[in-house]
Design a protein around this ligand. Structure first.
Ligand SMILES: [Cu+2]
Length: 283
């Protein structure tokens, strides 16, 4: 091979390698970003739509996930000590919580904008959340505002897609989020850190918040009970905002009741918020 031909050969080889490298880069720029990133989504509710406050109560246990009192399944998802049989013989959680069949109508609205860049949980995230939720207490006496502008890059107990996920299946037996919710398609989901206002006064800047726009798991035309896996309505959507009794700290999430000021019939202050928005538009 002459010098000229050898040079041409090497130049061609370099060109081929560069094209190959570029193709790989375009196809997927990093192992921790979603394909086609950034992916964006938006959701907003009607101004005077159907909004409901979930009251604490037992969660009926789906036999397809948890089995029956005589033949329990999946203790890793819910220990036997956290299960009981109620006065009517129904297999339920031993403690009341945010996944009950009881709700009260309230007023409110929400708007959510997200950017999904990071694909999986890790020490940092490029995911972005810009969300605002305003709603009243069941007696209408108190107005709450929840503002979220930070996605949590990772959680100690399960995968969170870097803070924002789009079109992901979660809950049920997926291991992502509580098994007390049925398995659902979440078109938008995020875990973030929120500022929390009560009657216009900022009372916290570190509340843990989880949001999902999902397939319907409660029927607003029916009794509004929480569906089992085989009852999820795959044809329509609604949105969930949940503030568990948890704050975000530099050492990770820690237990801390939400200062709702809402006193339950037993004299206790409700320590969480679980708000449902039924009239949603998304793109
Ligand atoms: Cu969820």
């Amino acid at each position: 091979m002459g010098t000229t031909r050898r040079s041409a050969f090497i130049a061609t080889l370099v060109a081929i390698l560069m094209v190959a490298a570029t193709t790989v880069a375009v196809a997927h720029s990093s192992s921790r970003t979603v394909l086609g990133a950034p992916n964006k989504a938006k959701m907003k509710t009607a101004k005077d739509g159907d909004v409901r406050w979930i009251l604490p109560g037992p969660r009926r246990l789906d036999p397809s996930i948890f089995g029956t009192p005589d033949a329990p399944l999946r203790e890793e998802l819910l220990p036997l000590g956290a299960r009981t049989v109620d006065a009517d013989g129904v297999y339920v959680t031993a403690q009341p919580g945010p996944f009950s069949d009881t709700a009260a109508p309230i007023t409110g609205w929400a708007k959510v904008k997200v950017r999904d860049v990071t694909s999986v949980a890790g020490p940092t995230t490029q995911d972005e959340v810009d969300a605002e939720f305003v709603f009243t207490s069941p007696d209408g006496a108190t107005t709450y505002r929840v503002e979220v502008d930070k996605a949590l890059p990772e959680l100690p107990d399960h995968e969170n897609f870097g803070g924002v996920g789009l079109n992901v299946v979660q809950h049920g037996r997926t291991g992502i989020g509580t098994a007390l919710m049925p398995q659902v398609m979440a078109f938008i989901t995020f875990w973030g850190k929120a500022d929390f206002y009560v009657d216009g006064v900022k009372v916290a800047n570190d509340r843990f918040v989880h949001f999902m726009l999902t397939e319907r798991v409660r029927d607003p035309e029916g009794d509004y009970s929480l569906a089992f896996d085989d009852q999820v309505d795959h044809e329509s959507m609604h949105a969930h905002l949940i503030l568990p009794p948890t704050i975000v700290t530099p050492d990770g999430p820690q237990a801390s009741p939400v200062p709702t000021g809402f006193i339950l019939p037993n004299g206790m202050e409700q320590p969480f918020l679980h708000i449902m928005f039924e009239d949603v538009k998304a793109k």
